[in-house]
Every structure is written in structure tokens, then in C-alpha cells.
Design a protein around this ligand. Structure first.
Ligand SMILES: C[S@@+](CC[C@H](N)C(=O)[O-])C[C@H]1O[C@@H](n2cnc3c(N)ncnc32)[C@H](O)[C@@H]1O
Length: 254
């Protein structure tokens, strides 16, 4: 998958892309990340990419011409993918959107700075707008990295263990169960017995119940649309969780 990133700070991306799974995915050619410096498309000798807002007010606005020229360059170089503006005003980014983007072969990520981009550039070129949460960053670069990281790990062959993405929190509307590793006893606290007995059906059942318990405690909103198989429902009943789930689904007035 090809990610073209348009930014005035390309060097911000260097270190995050040089470590761990993203580094390996790049080396193996599973992802390609091309950084375009928007300043290279400014048409004055100071490489100006921002200007004062018409009508006055605080801050600076990113000028439309360098942004447009940068998008046109990556398009001309063959990236026909969706142009995505990172902005706190966009669709709220989620695992579902990551899955949607992972089906595409290329993307163009536009990182804003200052007070954001000129509205005419946004309207003419940005086919999608994503926010990584209800808070304000100084620029879209961290948000673009979040998108690259979360989409890349969903691509075939990127994770060492193909099952792990399927079993993550949000792969269905459940938080992941608690996890344990060696030692078996840490400061007097044992690993739950069931995880050490080698009975895979029991382990699966235990993990499922713990995932539901954790979701009920921390993110009950996720359960509203979650469906359970008849086998899961029996297990939930056995552990006395069906009522709590029904109450969540019924909502505060139910
Ligand atoms: C300081 S912010 C501008 C915020 C803008 N004045 C507003 O109120 O909507 C600068 C840039 O950071 C990026 N940014 C800030 N918060 C973000 C978020 N939650 N998700 C995605 N991008 C964000 C955007 O690219 C934005 O153009």
C-alpha cells in the first residue's frame, strides 16, 4: 500500500517509520511511504505556505496554491488514492475506518498546521476528512502517523501473527481480555489458573467472559450493537452477564 504524506515537517516522520513493525513492513515492500514537503511548492523565495486570514482574527491559514501543487504532483506521479485531510473537524477515526482504508491500494494524507487549510483547497481536493479525537494537535502529522500505523498493521503479512489483528480490542465491539505472561507469580499475584491448564476451550471461554466483563465496566456503549452467538449467550448466562448486557442494550430509559 502506498501512503503519500503532504506536510511542512517531513522530518517528523523519520523516527516513527524507522522502528518496529512499520520498519519491517517498509523493508519488505508491504507499505511505501512517500513524504512531500509542501514548502517545495511555495512560489516565493521564503517558501511561504501560510498567510493571514481574510477578515482578520487569530493565527495563520495554509495557502491553497502550495497544497494544490503538492496534491497535483503526487497525483501526476501515479497516486490515484483518496485525498484525506487530517482535521479535528473530520469523521472520528476508528478501527472500522482503519479497516475501510486498509482495502485501498493508496492514500494521500494532508497534514494541516496553524489554523488549518484554506477552505477552497479543502472543498476542491479533500475527499475525506479524519479526526483522531476531540482535542487539538499542533499539526496533522501525528494524526497521519496514527492512520498509517493502524492501517498498516491490518494489511496482509504485516503482523507476524495474522490472528492478532482479528483478536484485538475493537475487532468486534469488545475490549480485549486481560493478558498475562511469565512469571507465573508476580509479587504474590498468580496468573489465573485456567490460563495454565492447557484446555483451549476453557481458555477461550474465560477470555471471552473477561472481555465482556471489561467492556461492561469500561465501555458499555460498545455492547449496544454487539451480537452474540447462541453458544456465547449460553456462556454469558452461566456467568450471570446476560441481564447486564440487556440493560445496556435497552439504554437509560429501557
Ligand atoms: C491547531 S490545528 C487547527 C485547528 C483549527 N483551528 C480548528 O479549530 O479546527 C492545526 C492542524 O492540526 C491538525 N489537527 C489538530 N487536531 C487534530 C485532530 N484531533 N485530528 C486530526 N488532525 C488534527 C489539523 O491538520 C489542523 O489543521
Amino acid at each position: 500500500m502506498l501512503f503519500d504524506v503532504l506536510t511542512i515537517f517531513p522530518s517528523l516522520f523519520v523516527s516513527p517509520l524507522e522502528e518496529g513493525i512499520l520498519r519491517k513492513a517498509r523493508q519488505e515492500g508491504k507499505i511505501r511511504i512517500q513524504l512531500t514537503d509542501i514548502r517545495d511548492f511555495a512560489d516565493d523565495r521564503h517558501a511561504t505556505t501560510d498567510d493571514r486570514p481574510f477578515g482578520g482574527g487569530e493565527g495563520m491559514v495554509m495557502k491553497p496554491e502550495p497544497l494544490t501543487a503538492a496534491v497535483e504532483k503526487v497525483r501526476a506521479a501515479g497516486n490515484t488514492g483518496r485525498v484525506i485531510l487530517l482535521t479535528p473537524q473530520g469523521r472520528r477515526y476508528s478501527q472500522e475506518i482503519a479497516r475501510e482504508l486498509a482495502t485501498e491500494s493508496s492514500l494521500i494524507l494532508v497534514c494541516g498546521r496553524y489554523e488549518g487549510v484554506d477552505e477552497r483547497f479543502r472543498a476542491a481536493f479533500c475527499e475525506d476528512e479524519l479526526s483522531i479525537g476531540d482535542y487539538i494537535l499542533t499539526g496533522g502529522e501525528l494524526a497521519a502517523m496514527v492512520v498509517i500505523d493502524s492501517v498498516s498493521r491490518l494489511l496482509p503479512g504485516v503482523l507476524g501473527c495474522p490472528d492478532s489483528a482479528e483478536r484485538d480490542t475493537f475487532s468486534r465491539r469488545l475490549l480485549k481480555h486481560p493478558q498475562y505472561t511469565r512469571p507465573r507469580n508476580f509479587r504474590g499475584v498468580d496468573v489465573p489458573e485456567v490460563l495454565t491448564n492447557g484446555n483451549h476451550a476453557e481458555i477461550e471461554g474465560y477470555r471471552f467472559i473477561e472481555a465482556v466483563r471489561r467492556t461492561l465496566a469500561r465501555r458499555p456503549d460498545l455492547l449496544i450493537q454487539e451480537e452474540f452467538t447462541p453458544q456465547e449467550s449460553r456462556l454469558l448466562q452461566k456467568h450471570g452477564l446476560l441481564e447486564a448486557i440487556a440493560a445496556v442494550k435497552a439504554g437509560p430509559t429501557g
